[in-house]
Design a protein around this ligand. Structure first.
Ligand code: SF4
Ligand code: FES
Length: 272
């Protein structure tokens, strides 16, 4: 079938496809009719209904996902024109001219599962590595266990708790790699949020003997600060500050990284 000619009311979406984590990537191109305030996620929905390329080939539907449409679930994160964005919030008209072409790729540094779907578990693992993320599998110290949602955080803690775990900072950083390397800014946000929560949980658990509590808290914090200098830690940050430019909730990631560097240095002196 001969595809219709491109018109100024259309754009071409060039989508990076990958059939499995090990498979070689390739690109398919799809023609999308522009509409006011059409998001990338909605355009992908339209392609899913008729996965026909500009060469007139019917192909397998693109693997992607989106849910909340409001920067809550961050399942829709992808790379559009080399910039990590939330597909549910990004309007096509903002990122491509009528008649133009937009390249869509997965957050490749998180590990591609298929097409635009990635393994966001990598982000969680990096957080666990820095002791900044307590999961049901890795509970907080029983001594300090407190329902995190009941804590009244400091202004810094409140700010850091806005991190959506979207992975944009990891994707944009020139020092992070799919196979490892620098962990990326999100891990340090999580680590410092855990510090803030520990400080708050001390007052929330006032029934525990103060000296015991202080010791446990200090141990957790110092373990976390020790981890800052592990492989992939803060010393591998190249200060490119690209994370700052892409964070959708505008966290002061330069300050977060600076604080991590200071904490790591202070911890190394304490150990001498
Ligand atoms: S720090 Fe910003 S860019 Fe990084 S995961 Fe959190 S919200 Fe996303
Ligand atoms: S769909 Fe939930 S953040 Fe985009």
């Amino acid at each position: 079938m001969t595809p219709p000619p491109m018109h100024r009311a259309h754009v071409m979406l060039r989508v990076r496809r990958q059939d499995s984590p090990e498979a070689m990537p390739y690109f398919d191109e799809f023609r999308v009719t522009l509409a006011p305030r059409l998001t990338i996620a909605e355009a992908l929905d339209g392609i899913a209904l008729h996965p026909m390329t500009t060469r007139g080939e019917r192909v397998t539907p693109i693997a992607y996902t989106w849910g909340c449409a409001g920067l809550g679930c961050v399942s829709c994160m992808l790379v559009a024109a080399r910039r990590p964005v939330a597909a549910c919030e990004t309007l096509l008209e903002e990122v491509v001219e009528p008649g133009g072409q937009l390249v869509l790729e997965p957050l490749g540094k998180l590990g591609v599962i298929r097409d635009l779907l990635v393994d966001s578990g990598r982000l969680r693992n990096e957080r666990v590595k820095l002791g900044g993320f307590s999961t049901p599998e890795e509970p907080a110290s029983p001594l300090l266990a407190t329902d995190a949602s009941s804590l009244r955080l400091s202004p810094l803690g409140e700010l850091l708790s806005r991190c959506t775990r979207c992975g944009a900072c990891v994707e944009a950083c020139p020092e992070t790699r799919a196979e490892g390397g620098f962990v990326g800014a999100a891990a340090f946000v999580a680590s410092q949020l855990a510090d803030a929560r520990d400080l708050e949980s001390e007052s929330a658990a006032a029934h525990v003997a103060t000296s015991l509590l202080a010791t446990a808290r200090a141990t957790r914090r110092s373990n976390r600060h020790l981890a800052l200098a592990h492989a992939g830690g803060i010393h591998e940050c190249g200060d490119a500050q690209r994370c700052l430019a892409v964070c959708p909730v505008h966290l002061p990631l330069d300050e977060v990284l600076g604080r991590a560097a200071r904490d790591a240095i202070a911890q190394s002196f304490r150990r001498r």
